[in-house]
Design a protein around this ligand. Structure first.
Ligand code: ADE
Ligand code: ZN
Length: 335
């Protein structure tokens, strides 16, 4: 099954570029920028990646991102992730970036986006991996700060497809960002958000009703409320599920208890993603492999998950169909 998963054409729809920062690249960039990090070796960094909850992880994640200063740093980070996509048959990816993680430290919005976009363009040409960008607002900051980010983004509007909402969920409900989401949608951005990762089902209700999101990042706690599940199915909103993230952040105790199969059985459309692969022990294919093993998924389940990854992407219908055709012909020959 490992080789079936490896060859399966797929898209990744839930990925934070700052969460792809591998310890070896972190050392390399920290050295060239003369920034000291509180670790002496890759092994020491990896040992520090033990988390009790989302906030535990976020503290380390923001610290790691602190070594990214120049456009080339953002380029190297992004290109390195896109090379991994190519190696895993990820044909298309929708990359989240957190501008405020960098602008708060004095790095300009332009530096961040120019490095990321240049890497995406090169990867499209050299590796054949397509990508779209999702600009994510940090929910632990104010709505006013998100408005500031929206303003910075406008000269780059054509390069950004969607907006997201991430960071510390509990205590920062979607409704806090109602106005900035409305303004972002007016600018042409598609609204997405993390909801129901640590927050309860009422946060998912707010995200779909108040922010009008078109896809739910995580969404695990939607299962607390049958009416919500019904509504998500009715509105045909996909959930971007991240199995290894869920166990790393103790959202789910053990992969064997992961609700992915229950979600599928309830008619929810789900996809498999890596979230922050450098921190959670595996790229997207490892997420497919481990969840397959834990839940005894069939080849058909894996095919459905990969199909959803294209179907619920933000690509135009024609491009989606091209990728789905490729997936279907692979599946016909390998099922
Ligand atoms: N930022 C990066 N990864 C995240 C996650 N899993 N949840 C919320 N914010 C994040
Ligand atoms: Zn995430």
């Amino acid at each position: 099954m490992k080789s079936f998963i490896a060859q399966l054409p797929k898209a990744e729809l839930h990925l934070h570029i700052e969460g792809t920062f591998e310890p070896s690249l972190m050392f390399e960039i920290a050295n060239r920028n003369n920034i000291s990090i509180p670790f002496n070796s890759v092994e020491e960094i990896e040992k520090a990646y033990k988390f009790d909850c989302l906030q535990d992880f976020l503290d380390i994640y923001y610290q790691g991102a602190g070594v990214l200063i120049h456009e080339q740093d953002f380029y190297d980070l992004t290109y390195s992730y896109l090379e991994k996509c190519a190696a895993q048959n990820v044909r298309h990816t929708e990359i989240m970036f957190d501008p405020q993680t960098h602008t708060e430290r004095g790095v300009s919005f332009d530096t961040v986006i120019n490095g990321i976009v240049r890497a995406c363009e090169d990867a499209k040409e050299k590796l054949g991996v397509s990508s779209l960008l999702i600009m994510s607002y940090l929910r632990h900051l104010s709505e006013e700060a998100a408005f500031e980010t929206l303003k910075h983004s406008l000269p780059h509007k054509e390069k950004i497809t969607a907006i997201g909402l991430d960071s510390s969920e509990k205590g920062n409900p979607p409704s806090k960002f109602k106005n900035v989401f409305e303004a972002s949608v007016k600018e042409g951005y598609i609204p997405l958000a993390h909801a129901g990762e640590e927050g309860d089902a009422d946060y998912v209700w707010e995200a779909i009703d108040i922010l009008g999101i078109k896809r739910i990042d995580h969404g695990n706690n939607s299962l607390q409320d049958d009416k919500l599940v019904e509504e998500i199915v009715k509105r045909d909103l996909a959930l971007t599920v991240c199995p290894l993230s869920n166990t790393a952040l103790q959202v789910v105790k053990d992969l064997k208890e992961h609700p992915l199969k229950i979600m599928m059985d309830k008619g929810l459309n789900v996809t498999i993603n890596s979230d922050d692969p450098a921190y959670f022990g595996g790229q997207v294919n490892k997420n497919y492999e481990e969840i397959h093993e834990a839940l005894d998924l069939t080849k058909e389940d894996l095919y459905k998950l990969a199909k959803n990854s294209f179907k619920y992407s933000l690509l135009d219908e024609e491009t989606k169909q091209k990728y789905i055709d490729e997936l279907e012909s692979f599946y016909k020959e390998n099922k």
